[in-house]
Write a new protein. Structure first.
Length: 314
């Protein structure tokens, strides 16, 4: 008789780890401490699960995932959105930590998401810096908006805070550059990406940190990861407008800014954009198509290891 496949779901919080097993519905809790994680790894090693599924929780899951991977356990970290959609589709409308753990385990059994290699420590560090930079830039925008309608009594305070935030952004840019420059593999990837006219250090760093799969997948899969794959909206005779959806927002934001630059300064992208606009496409649709094209080009560049040449886009 074949051994029953077991799927594990782990709901990670600040203080504890709720663990669920599918299809047995077994539940238990471990402390989210070094000792608790070690005990969890020991128990899961004995169970020999087919897959262990966790949700991305802003970094709280990293220690657990690394410990599982070090023990040779197949762990995958999922975006919360598809997991929650799966929960609703299977009738689990309530939301508690034990329920979430079982939902993750059931999701793993039904969907079987692929296990990908964990990013290197340098990539994780760069990822954290890029995320913090986005937060700081957002705070700067908020403070500048306040500045326009602020009374005289607080203007100097807001201006001082903006200067401090900008200094922090500069510091993070230096740290990010330092990580890339001291790692030969990242340095080569960064230099290759920046040969494309329109991709600067900011976009390159974001792609390296937030889309490490770039250059390893085919054009369709990489577009789906970035949320730039046009999805059908058809039903019967109705043919809806194709729309992009989901994916990694930070990657799309970086590509958007690079696309705006490329439309102006990169002849290949400018020609493509003008051609779409000439066919009556809305500006937003044309820009999105250019983003998709640029991502496809960058993916091919990293896959081949060749610098940008205009002929690649044709």
């Amino acid at each position: 008789m074949d051994k029953q496949e077991l799927f594990i779901g782990i709901d990670v919080s600040q203080e504890k780890l709720d663990v669920g097993v599918w299809p047995t519905s077994q539940l238990w809790v471990e402390d989210n401490t070094d000792e608790g994680v070690a005990a969890l790894v020991q128990k899961l090693t004995a169970l020999q699960p087919t897959l262990v599924v966790l949700e991305a929780t802003g970094g709280l899951e990293r220690q657990v995932v690394r410990s599982l991977a070090a023990a040779g356990l197949p762990a995958v970290v999922m975006n919360p959105r598809p997991v929650r959609d799966f929960a609703k589709a299977t009738g689990r409308l309530a939301k508690t930590d034990p329920i979430d753990a079982l939902v993750l385990a059931h999701f793993g059994s039904a969907i079987r998401p692929p296990v990908r290699p964990l990013p290197a420590a340098e990539i994780e560090e760069l990822d954290a810096l890029i995320s913090r930079r986005r937060q700081l830039v957002g705070m700067i925008a908020q403070e500048k908006n306040r500045l326009h309608r602020a009374p005289d009594s607080v203007i100097s305070s807001i201006e001082a805070h903006i200067r401090w935030l900008e200094e922090q952004v500069d510091s993070i840019d230096k740290d990010s550059h330092g990580i890339i420059e001291t790692n030969e593999g990242l340095k080569e990837k960064d230099a290759l990406l920046q040969t494309f006219k329109g991709v600067g250090p900011g976009c390159s760093g974001t792609l390296i940190a937030k889309l490490p799969e770039l250059g390893t997948l085919d054009r369709g899969k990489i577009a789906c990861l970035a949320g730039l794959a046009p999805l059908n909206r058809d039903s019967g005779k109705y043919k809806g407008m194709r729309r992009i959806w989901g994916g990694r927002e930070s990657v799309r934001s970086a590509l958007y800014m690079s696309t705006i630059v490329a439309i102006r300064w990169n002849p290949t992208i400018k020609e493509f954009y003008d051609r779409l606009r000439g066919k009556g496409k809305k500006a937003k649709v044309a820009i999105t198509a250019c983003m998709h094209k640029i991502l496809t080009i960058l993916n091919a560049m990293l896959k081949s290891g060749e610098a940008w040449r205009p002929a690649q886009a044709r």
